[in-house]
Design a protein around this ligand. Structure first.
Ligand code: DGL
Length: 266
């Protein structure tokens, strides 16, 4: 048993989709969520820069005595999960492998689409992760640069969003895939619009849901779950504008965020 909190972080509020799933699936666990809003977006940044950010945030969360860390950002997971796992003595998971595994399980024609930021797609981490589970699966990737910005600004539907999604998904629709990985933790918030455009035959894979399942399994196997039935404590910390975080974060989590602490990193 271990009552320490789980640390979860992202470039902004997108990782709240992961935190929300962890809250739903593991309602007993304490959580510290960090959104690096001042440095959002991570997607266009280099792997070197993302590694630096990940190390700073993991150091910070370790200082807060978390028992486990989830990099709830595909861009940061793609650039730095392995090096962070090598460097730190605390268990760290990312969001790419859980999403890739779920896609391999879900696809029937073994044709899988992936949408994500430039950092995620150019690193090809999803292609490698899918092939680790099924070397014969076909993976079709598409960079979708504007989508995380729409979400971070609270624009989840409407013509602008739909037009952008249509433009990005065209080539994937032609590729006849039957499972689409939402390879950015911001994208589950666009679920409805994406499903409407891609058609209901295509299964959408949310890395948020899959990562939360993995957190539960890891904690149970390590006997690190929180003991008893207690009210959980959630802390929200941001490196930037707390007001946007308060308003949009509450909407996305489906529960009120009462307070956002602000810290400066680096
Ligand atoms: N949520 C981040 C991810 O999963 C992307 C957003 C950004 O560009 O910062 O990749």
């Amino acid at each position: 048993m271990n009552d320490k909190p789980i640390g979860i972080f992202d470039s902004g509020i997108g990782g709240l989709t992961v935190a929300g799933e962890v809250m739903r699936q593991l309602p007993n666990e304490n959580i510290i969520y960090f959104g690096d809003t001042v440095r959002f977006p991570y997607g266009p940044r280099s792997a070197e820069e993302l590694k630096k950010f990940v190390f700073q945030i993991v150091e910070f969360l370790r200082g807060e005595e978390v028992k486990f860390i989830v990099i709830a950002c595909n861009s940061a997971s793609s650039a730095a999960l392995e090096v962070a796992q090598e460097h730190f003595d605390i268990p760290i998971i990312g969001v790419v492998e859980p999403g890739a595994r779920a896609a391999v399980q879900a696809t029937r024609n073994r044709r899988i689409g992936v949408i994500g930021t430039q950092a995620t797609i150019l690193s090809s981490t999803y292609v490698k992760a899918v092939h680790a589970f099924d070397a014969g699966a076909k993976v079709f990737q598409q960079v979708t640069p504007e989508l995380a910005n729409f979400v971070e600004n609270g624009e989840l539907s409407g013509k602008r969003v739909e037009d952008a999604i249509k433009k990005y998904l065209n080539s994937l629709i032609e590729a006849d895939m039957d499972a689409l990985i939402l390879g950015c933790t911001h994208y589950p918030l666009l679920n409805k619009t994406i499903q409407k455009i891609i058609g209901k035959e295509v299964v959408l894979i949310s890395s948020a849901e899959e990562a939360a399942k993995e957190v539960g399994e890891m904690l149970a196997r390590k006997s690190h779950t929180r003991s008893g039935q207690k009210i959980p404590c959630y802390r929200f910390i941001s490196s930037g504008d707390g007001s946007k975080f308060l308003e949009l974060g509450s909407r996305f989590l489906g529960r009120e965020i009462k307070d956002v602490e602000k810290i400066k990193l680096g």
